[in-house]
Design a protein around this ligand. Structure first.
Ligand code: DX5
Ligand code: ZN
Length: 235
């Protein structure tokens, strides 16, 4: 179903930077170019100062691709949208813990609706939010920009935070815990994806780096090459 890259890494193009007037064609093209997931940014002009797309658009693109749709909820409150996105064909649903009154309950709600569940950490949000809900996490998503807009620059502070999240997840899994993906979102480019991989990320969101270029396949191929090179150095 999905063509994961080196060591089971995933590239998840963010459709925030796609041509919204041709969204079906855009998601088909980016999957044909090698995308593993489609990253779907939901903004509500309340939790973040921007407004994007909702469950109707998720439902509209669902028949166009077979890969998982990764819904990143930048909304407050969260819970009412979970069943709507599950029904619209989402496979992964992540949310910001500050935006939910009951984080544990929201994670359970997402899983109860058959989706993989995850928490999203803004640059200033401490990783401690994950501590008591490790057993309910399928994904940890670290923001390497402040959420709300595509095309921002990668914040270098995300690298140390990735290493810290990687250590927590590795310790959890070594103790018999379930697998948890470590995803990064914001400012990911061909030129920095290697060091982001080396810091521990396994799932890479990239919006403007992919949709801003004419040849999506060339960008994704170069990203995979940089990931593989970073892994070769680590061994
Ligand atoms: C930002 C979004 C990102 C964004 C990434 O709030 O969550 O997914 O689309 O865009 P780039 O890759 O351009 O930074
Ligand atoms: Zn996102």
């Amino acid at each position: 179903m999905s063509n994961t890259g080196p060591s089971g890494t995933r590239i998840a193009p963010s459709i925030l930077s796609a041509d919204f007037a041709r969204l079906g064609e855009e998601v088909r093209n980016v999957v044909a170019a090698g995308a593993d997931w489609i990253h779907f940014d939901v903004m509500d002009n309340h939790y973040v100062p921007n407004l994007t797309i909702g469950p109707l658009v998720c439902e509209a693109i669902r028949p166009h691709v077979q890969v998982p749709i990764d819904v990143h909820l930048m909304v407050e409150p969260v819970d009412a949208l979970v069943p709507m996105f599950a029904k619209a064909g989402a496979n992964v649903i992540t949310f910001h813990p500050e935006a939910s009154r009951h984080v544990d309950r929201t994670l359970a709600l997402i899983r109860d609706h058959g989706c993989r569940a995850g928490l999203v950490f803004n640059p200033a949000t401490p990783l401690d939010w994950m501590e008591h809900v490790m057993d309910k996490l399928d994904v940890v998503l670290l923001m390497s920009v402040n959420p709300g807009f595509g095309g921002q620059s990668f914040l270098p502070s995300a690298l140390a935070k990735l290493r810290s999240a990687r250590a927590r997840i590795d310790a959890w899994q070594a103790a018999g815990g379930q697998p948890i993906l470590l995803e990064v979102d914001g400012g990911v480019k061909i030129d920095n994806i290697g060091e982001i991989r080396a810091a521990g990320a396994d799932t890479f969101v990239a919006g403007s780096a992919i949709f801003g270029q004419p040849d999506y396949a060339a960008v994704i191929r170069q990203m995979r090459e940089r990931i593989a090179a970073a892994e070769a150095i680590r061994v």
